[in-house]
Design a binder for this molecule. Structure first.
Ligand code: APR
Length: 270
């Protein structure tokens, strides 16, 4: 299957040439026609989804004070055992962005899809809860929630992000409630996500590099099963050549355009 790849350049920038505006409109129309036939849609999101809410991606966050660190120094259970304060400081720095962030127009458009499609499931790798804040009600958060803590020794439950002592084991082991590199994902959540993707009539992939497994494997399922998917990302990913439609734009620009077109298209059919 050849992707309909429309290279729109930076059409999201102000002062677009007329030809770019037409190309952009054509891409949004194609996405809308593809989606308006779908009964159930899974939206799979990554860090790019929240970029326009002011939240840097993990890699972007490794700058300034943190530029000499690598993920193994900051986002693994071993790093936390070695130097809990350093890891907590890094996560406090990241939490500040999340506390200030509000859902962007892309998150709101995804939430609005619930009034258009019979079923919309959001599967996200993001830990900022902005999909829920936007009003999405069916969110599978594969990588946890950054603002709460959990015990690095495996005690059950989550605790407020300000606590450091685990109320169950009494050790100073509370850490951010996120999945770190090398850690397994919650098998039940991952199973639910796989089933949802397998049963979906269309998949929307937004703002993920497709580099981190097992989450990225959800798109592989769509490819294997021939489930059509649309990708929104200013840069190509390993998935792009398999997409039915690759839209080189950002989440907050493309999603509202596409969702409003789908709404109009479905309304016209009724
Ligand atoms: N809109 C859409 N996509 C964007 C935007 C935007 N405004 N800005 C950047 N992107 C794209 C980038 O081109 C890139 O492909 O978002 C992607 C971000 O990639 P990653 O930083 O690798 O994020 P993600 O795929 O979510 O990473 C998965 O890795 O960092 C860990 O645990 C963390 O959940 C994360 C996981």
């Amino acid at each position: 299957m050849l992707p309909i790849t429309l290279f729109l350049g930076f059409f999201q920038a102000a002062g677009l040439a007329k030809s770019d505006r037409l190309l952009a409109a054509k891409a949004f129309d194609s996405a809308s026609s593809l989606l308006s036939r779908a009964e159930s849609v899974v939206v799979f999101t990554g860090a790019g989804m929240s970029k326009e809410s002011g939240i840097p991606t993990f890699r972007d966050a490794l700058e300034g004070l943190w530029e000499n660190f690598c993920p193994e120094d900051l986002a693994t259970p071993e790093a936390f055992e070695r130097d809990p304060q350093r890891v907590r400081d890094f996560y406090e720095y990241r939490r500040e962005f999340v506390r200030k962030a509000k859902p962007n127009a892309g998150h709101l458009a995804i939430a609005a899809m619930e009034s258009i499609f019979p079923e919309v499931i959001v599967v996200t790798q993001n830990v900022d809860c902005l999909h829920e804040a936007a009003g999405s009600t069916n969110v599978i958060g594969l990588h946890g929630e950054i603002l709460s803590n959990c015990c690095n020794r495996g005690c059950p439950g989550t605790q407020p992000g300000s606590m450091t002592t685990c109320p169950t084991c009494g050790s100073d082991s509370l850490r951010p409630n996120v999945v770190w590199f090398g850690e397994p994902l919650d098998p039940i959540l991952m199973k639910r996500a796989r089933i949802c993707v397998s049963c979906a009539s269309a998949l929307l992939v937004v703002g993920t590099s497709g580099a981190v497994y097992p989450a990225a494997g959800l798109v592989d399922i769509a490819v294997e099963k021939g489930i059509p998917f649309i990708e929104i990302n200013p840069n190509k990913s390993p998935f792009s050549d398999h997409a039915k439609l690759f839209i080189p734009s950002t989440a907050a620009v493309a999603l509202p355009e596409i969702v409003s077109r789908v709404g109009r298209e479905i309304e016209a059919l009724e």
